[in-house]
Every structure is written in structure tokens, then in C-alpha cells.
Design a protein around this ligand. Structure first.
Ligand code: GLY
Length: 371
């Protein structure tokens, strides 16, 4: 990576550290989710409580980057605040929460009790498995499968590996196969949700909560799929997972706008105004960028590797630039502008969202390690 890019990325990471430190000082022990007019919003609807691992996860990244003991102390403190969630059966997001907190903590220390937390969280997540239908149910209903769960199922593979538990591995594998078959379309795009018949397990239809339409391609859903299948490949070596991530990436590369930061839904009519039309989702861009850097290392194709790598850096260039980075917007409390949480519910639309911040930091840190 050239020196001027490294300097820009380092400046963006320095800014990210300042913003996170300021949020901690302003509101200790608070886990931000999305902003309203640039201010972290304290009373708004959560929809579901899935994001704590991103704020704490950034603190682990900052510690890894700087070696500063103050970041480690904060990271441990905020991770600990999430420990009770290992028994939480109300969400399908335990991977987001624990893989970004207890995993780096365990990797650093090798302490058995930290691994036990990860294994317990994996077991709790696996309890969502629906035998009829062969999927992990989403938080909304037993008949519902979400594409987002692809980013959480790696926790079950991780727990299966460390606990030597084949039952967990079978559940995780079955979930991936069902998601591949029911939510990933032939052109590489994805549906947000699948609905199953609870009596027979038969698949009924594709639907959405956060996308434009049931048959559209919600950008963040595609990002969860691409990055999730790539992680599953990394943990299992399962070829079909890699092929699925590449299929998702091929769709993405065909549909990106000029600045490489995706519209919130690939089927949005961008001749129309936001929020339903020309609205970017920078958080999807950050997830894609970080995921593509991994996929560039995983693919067997040299051409694909180059394209994924170049696209990821172009995305990071845009996200760390003046249009998206909040460093030139006085009073803005987030790091990355122009993210979207939930358009239909009007939550965090054209705002900072905490997972956008996390994946930007992750993507920049990965890019900084490239030679
Ligand atoms: N519920 C996960 C997401 O908003 O992407």
C-alpha cells in the first residue's frame, strides 16, 4: 500500500479513536447504536439488542493497533459488561457480540474462562435451531430465517471446534446449507428473510424487513452473506461457502456505484430522493470492504483477488474521505456518516451506526497490515 494511503488511513483511525474515547467520557458504560442528527441517540427504539460487540470490539482493535494499556482496560471493561448475554436466547446475534470481544480477549490471554464464555454463547445460539426446516430462527419468529445470521453462525463453528462438539458443527453446517439454498439467489443477490412452514418445515417465500421489497437486494444483507460465508470458509475450508461468498461478491461488483459505496438497496430507484431512493449505506460499504480484503486472500483466482483487493481499497478511500468520514463535521459524535439502520421504521437513516464504525475500523486496520 502506498505511503499517502497509509497516512490517510492512519489519520482516519486516529479520528475513530478520538470519537470512541469522547463517547466513553461523555456517557460511561453506554453502548451507542445509531445517531440522530449526529448525536448518539439514547432513548430510541433498538428493534433488537444486537450491537454491543461493535463498540467494545473497536476498543480491542485500538489496543491491537496502539498497544496502549488504557484501550485494553476499556476493552476488557466493556466486554465484561456483555458477558451475561452468553445466555441470551432473545437474539440471533451472539456472534456479533462475542466474536468481537471475548475472542480477541481469549486470543490475547489464552485464559480458559474466556473460551468458556465463547463456547457457552455458541451453545446458546445453537438452541435457535429448527429441526424442521434446518435453520437457526431469527429473533422475530420461529418461522423466520434471516441472512444476517450468516455473520453469527461462525460462533457455533468456533464453539464446535473448541468443545469438540459434532452436534454443534452439524447445526451450523445445516444452517449454512439452508441459507445458501433459500436466501442466496442464482445471480448472487440475497433475500433478507425466508419464511418456513412450522408444521412441515417446507420453505414458503422470501421476504424482507429492512430492504426495499421482498424480491430486492438489501445491501447490508448481501454484505452479511458475503462476509459470513467467507468467515465460514475460513473456519471450515468448506468449498461451497467460498463459492457462495464469491457469487455474492460478483453481484456486488456488478452493481456498485461510481464511488464504490453501495446504495442502501441495490434495487432502489436512485432517480428518487432519499430515504427510499438515492440513499447510500456506508455501513454496508464498510462491511463489504473488510470482507473483500479476506476474500481476496481466500479466492483461488488471481484476477478475482486483484479485483476484490482493489475494490476494497477504493471503498475505504471513499469512506475515509470527506464525504463519509465525520472529521470535518463539528459536533458529529459518530465516525462514519451516511449509514442506515432501518428505513421502514425510520431508525438511524443517513446517520452513524455502530456496526458501520466497527467495520470501517476493522477494514482500515486490515488494510494497514498490507504491504
Ligand atoms: N439487524 C441487523 C442489521 O440491521 O443489519
Amino acid at each position: 500500500m502506498n505511503a499517502s494511503r497509509k497516512t490517510r488511513y492512519a489519520a482516519a483511525l486516529d479520528f475513530a479513536q478520538r470519537q470512541v474515547a469522547a463517547t466513553i467520557d461523555r456517557t460511561p458504560d453506554y453502548f451507542p447504536i445509531y445517531t440522530a442528527a449526529g448525536k448518539w441517540f439514547h432513548q430510541g427504539e433498538l428493534w433488537t439488542d444486537w450491537t454491543g460487540g461493535f463498540f467494545a470490539g473497536m476498543m480491542w482493535k485500538f489496543f491491537q493497533r496502539t498497544g496502549d494499556a488504557a484501550w485494553r482496560e476499556r476493552a476488557e471493561h466493556y466486554s465484561k459488561l456483555l458477558e451475561h448475554r452468553r445466555h441470551d436466547r432473545n437474539v440471533h446475534d451472539l456472534g456479533f457480540i462475542f466474536l468481537n470481544t471475548y475472542r480477541p480477549w481469549f486470543d490475547l490471554t489464552g485464559r480458559r474462562e474466556l473460551l468458556d464464555v465463547l463456547i457457552q454463547a455458541g451453545r446458546t445460539l445453537a438452541m435457535r435451531f429448527m429441526e424442521k426446516g434446518q435453520y437457526l430462527r431469527s429473533f422475530v419468529a420461529p418461522e423466520s430465517l434471516f441472512i444476517d445470521i450468516m455473520m453469527n453462525v461462525p460462533l457455533i463453528f468456533y464453539a464446535a471446534h473448541h468443545a469438540g462438539d459434532d452436534h454443534l458443527r452439524r447445526i451450523a453446517t445445516a444452517h449454512c446449507r439452508t441459507t445458501r439454498k433459500r436466501l442466496v439467489r442464482g445471480d448472487g443477490s440475497t433475500a433478507h428473510e425466508g419464511i418456513f412452514d412450522l408444521t412441515t418445515g417446507e420453505f414458503l417465500r422470501q421476504t424482507t424487513h429492512q430492504g426495499l421489497r421482498n424480491d430486492s437486494s438489501w445491501a447490508r444483507g448481501l454484505a452479511w452473506s458475503m462476509y459470513g460465508f467467507s468467515q465460514v470458509y475460513g473456519l471450515t475450508g468448506w468449498d461451497e461457502a467460498l463459492a457462495t461468498a464469491e457469487l455474492n461478491a460478483d453481484f456486488l461488483l456488478r452493481r456498485l456505484p461510481e464511488d464504490k459505496v453501495p446504495w442502501w438497496d441495490f434495487d432502489a430507484d436512485t432517480s428518487q430522493p432519499p430515504p427510499w431512493g438515492a440513499q447510500k449505506d456506508s455501513s454496508a460499504g464498510a462491511i463489504f470492504a473488510s470482507g473483500l480484503l479476506d476474500l481476496a486472500r481466500q479466492t483461488a483466482s488471481r484476477e478475482r483477488a486483484e479485483e476484490y483487493h482493489n475494490t476494497a481499497l477504493a471503498m475505504l478511500d471513499a469512506l475515509a474521505g470527506p464525504e463519509y468520514l465525520a472529521d470535518r463535521t463539528p459536533g458529529w459524535e459518530g465516525i462514519l456518516k451516511h449509514g442506515v439502520y432501518h428505513t421502514r421504521k425510520n431508525l438511524g437513516v443517513d446517520e452513524s451506526v455502530i456496526w458501520g464504525e466497527f467495520f470501517l475500523v476493522e477494514g482500515l486496520c486490515k488494510a494497514m497490515e498490507l504491504t
